[in-house]
Design a protein around this ligand. Structure first.
Ligand code: PHE
Length: 348
């Protein structure tokens, strides 16, 4: 009997040794300890023994069973360990290897410049306004007192939206004046930067460009206010207190009087030539740069939005932003803004 137990023990140990998965170990367990298991057979045959033998053999059997249960547990642990080491071996990675740095983008120079300008005007109490880039003819032209026959409405200059009659890609930011005055009563102090579109494309013109509209309307607004606001703004934008402005008579249907505003050239400081006597190429030696169209809001425009021109006056201006950025950051090709060449973009 005892030798039978011995045999069973070495049999099970051998079986466990070759069991290489949980399932296989389970099978070995069933084979020996299961209801029809080999161990059970031994226990059953105990009943034929004498009381004395029953005790010694029974004891031995129980001890062996315990031992074998221990061995089974150990085998489970081994197999689990082997499994984990295999995974570790396969999926091993060196966490100390320096990572790949993702390249982080940033806002485009034009967007940053617009933010800066907003700050400058915000300090003078100007709020931000927006209008649609696909604009109704009514806002882009009619309400701004631009007559039916005005050349700006020409197919050659303006992008008319196909299949959408009376819609254009806005040719300037001035329609935002109308939107804003429709929704707000004076006092009005607002700027509206944004994209504008004209059928222009050469070295210094892009069909999409950026403007900044300014509008101030109240009971006592004069050209002196326009001069003060723009001079102050340009000095801050170019970070140069020496900048001066001058007005030249001009014409826009939505202002009266209308003017072009020039500022002293930030490169040669208005001298027309640089320190070493070299002629300034930016301002073509004249010392001044054309920077904005402007004027006093036309009484008809005020009437169009329901404001009494006897009571209210205001100024408006429209600046081209792209050239200002080029001047400030000494960029010599307009195209660089729009070509998405990272070697350029990453410099700012
Ligand atoms: N909208 C004009 C243009 O695009 C500029 C302008 C704005 C002129 C406001 C006067 C007043 O040329």
């Amino acid at each position: 009997m005892e030798s039978q137990i011995q045999k069973l023990k070495s049999g099970m140990l051998a079986d466990l040794k070759v069991a290489t998965s949980e399932v296989e170990i389970k099978e070995v367990e069933v084979k020996y300890f299961g209801r029809q298991g080999l161990f059970g057979d031994i226990m059953k045959s105990l009943k034929d023994l004498s009381a004395e033998e029953k005790q010694t053999v029974g004891k031995a059997a129980n001890m062996t069973k315990k031992e074998l249960e221990g061995a089974t547990g150990k085998r489970y642990a081994e197999v689990e360990h082997e499994k984990l080491s295999a995974i570790a071996e396969e999926e091993w990675m060196d966490v100390t290897v320096p990572g790949k740095k993702p390249s982080v983008g940033h806002r485009h120079l034009i967007s940053k410049f617009i933010d800066d300008i907003e700050q400058v005007f915000a300090k003078m109490g100007f709020e931000m306004a927006e209008g649609p880039e696909i604009e109704k003819e009514y806002y882009n032209f009619d309400q701004l007192n631009i007559p039916e026959t005005h050349p700006a409405r020409d197919m050659h200059d303006t992008f008319w939206v196909k299949n959408l009659e009376k819609y254009v890609l806005r040719t300037h930011t001035s329609p935002v004046q109308i939107h804003y005055m429709e929704d707000h009563k004076p006092p009005i102090r607002v700027i509206a930067p944004g994209k504008t579109f004209r059928k222009d494309s050469d070295a210094t013109h892009s069909p999409m460009f950026h403007q900044l509209e300014g509008l101030m309307v109240d009971t006592d607004i004069s050209m002196a206010n326009l001069k003060a606001v723009l001079t102050q703004a340009l000095q801050q934008i170019f970070e140069d207190d020496s900048i001066k402005t001058r007005f030249r008579v001009s014409y826009f249907p939505f202002v009266e009087p209308g003017m072009e505003i020039d500022c002293t050239c930030p490169i040669c400081k208005g001298n027309g030539k640089l320190g070493d006597g070299v002629p300034c190429r930016l301002c073509k030696q004249c010392g001044w740069l054309e920077i904005a169209g402007a004027g006093m809001v036309h009484p008809k425009v005020l009437k169009n939005v329901g404001l009494d021109p006897e009571k209210y006056t205001g100024f408006a201006f429209g600046m081209g932003l792209d050239r200002m950025i080029m001047i400030k950051y000494r960029i010599n090709h307009l195209r660089l803004f729009f070509e998405n060449d990272l070697r350029f973009i990453q410099q700012f």
